[in-house]
Design a protein around this ligand. Structure first.
Ligand SMILES: [Zn+2]
Length: 361
């Protein structure tokens, strides 16, 4: 893995690397929290981040930042649930006041020149959407959608009773601020209809505890992994350049996604470019990442942008491949899987399946 600091001295080599982006037709980008920091969303685990603020107000409720995203910890007590809700209200407010960064604008420009296949984002903020990239529904990704939300999103709230989502509105923020669960509008409508028709309202087995549409640890009710596996499998048959930005590559799901895309890109003669301010262990990424450019993602975005601007207009590509807003075809995946099998991850370009026990007969 080549290492290069993003500075003026290395400019000639950096421009050579940018050639790979210029010649690519289907760029896949995998991003983490680092790209949103300059937009005003600092790492929530940083000393002045939201976790420190929550720890000050509610000492001893959660022992780590990870616990705040772990369903088995959140529902331990009413105090932990209240703390979780208050944290989510703060996070949502931070996202509302955040700014779209040069990196997010760069993704939109790559899309406008039809070079962008997809952004796989570990971020729950909505800065990619605000920059102009489209996403329809995390659970139903279409070919025209340019974003895959690996960890869900914070624009909506998911109801644990009816499994529908509704907007994370100011009313929901206020309910979370008070540490109370917001009311699901769909469940309330159902209850109202039942009341009018004189039917008895059946009490659901669990209390109504809507939560942000974020994927939490130990959340076995959500099946977004299957949708992500389907899209990644589709994209690995096209990707010819992989950019990894603003992530320290520690989350295991992200690691395997990078490795699978790297194989696909290398098979097509493309390059894997990693842009991040901090180092990663070289041993783990030899043969996976071609070059690590050490620097801020915004600085990289601006440099690439300036070079792409120099391209003559007739070289800018029109996307001829399917971009019709249709659901991505499931292809081989569905044929492999029994309807009761569960996709639990992605390995070597194919979703890994958890097979339901079958009888030997
Ligand atoms: Zn509901």
């Amino acid at each position: 893995m080549e290492k290069l600091i993003l500075n003026q001295q290395n400019r000639p080599r950096l421009l050579e690397i940018i050639q790979y982006i210029k010649s690519a037709k289907n760029i896949v980008v995998i991003v983490g929290a680092g790209i949103s920091v300059s937009g005003g969303i600092p790492d929530f685990r940083s000393p002045d981040g939201l976790f420190a603020e929550i720890m000050k107000q509610y000492p001893g409720v959660f022992s780590s930042g990870r616990d705040l995203f772990d369903l088995s910890r959140i529902f331990i007590s009413s105090r932990s649930l209240t703390t979780f809700y208050k944290f989510m209200a703060l996070l949502k407010q931070q996202v509302i006041s955040a700014r779209v960064t040069a990196t997010h604008h760069h993704f939109a420009k790559l899309n406008n020149t039809n070079k962008l296949l997809r952004v796989y984002s570990q971020n729950v903020d909505n800065l990619e959407e605000r920059a102009g990239l489209t996403i329809n529904d995390c659970n139903n990704i279409r070919s025209s959608d340019r974003i895959v939300k690996l960890h869900g999103e914070i624009d909506n709230v998911w109801c644990n009773i009816c499994h529908k989502t509704f907007p994370f509105s100011s009313d929901v923020i206020n309910a979370f601020k008070d540490g109370t669960p917001p009311e699901c509008q769909y469940c309330m409508e159902q209850a109202e209809k039942a009341k009018i028709s004189g039917k008895r309202v059946r009490n659901p087995r669990s209390p109504m505890l809507p939560r942000p549409n974020i994927l939490l640890y130990n959340d076995f009710e959500r099946t977004v992994g299957e949708e992500i596996g389907r899209v990644a499998y589709h994209d690995q048959r096209k990707a010819d350049c992989l950019l990894i930005m603003g992530t320290s590559l520690k989350v295991s799901g992200c690691k395997s996604l990078v490795k699978d895309f790297s194989k696909a890109v290398h098979n097509r003669g493309g390059k894997v470019i990693f842009i991040n301010t901090t180092e990663v262990a070289t041993n783990n990424w030899e043969g996976v990442i071609d070059v690590h450019i050490q620097g801020a993602s915004d600085d990289w975005a601006e440099l690439v942008e300036a070079e792409l601007e120099k391209e003559p207009a007739n070289k800018k590509r029109k996307r001829s491949c399917e971009d019709d807003g249709q659901k991505i075809k499931e292809g081989k995946l569905k044929k492999l899987a029994n309807k009761d099998d569960k996709v639990v991850g992605i390995r070597q370009g194919q979703p890994t399946l958890q097979f339901k026990k079958r009888s030997n007969r």
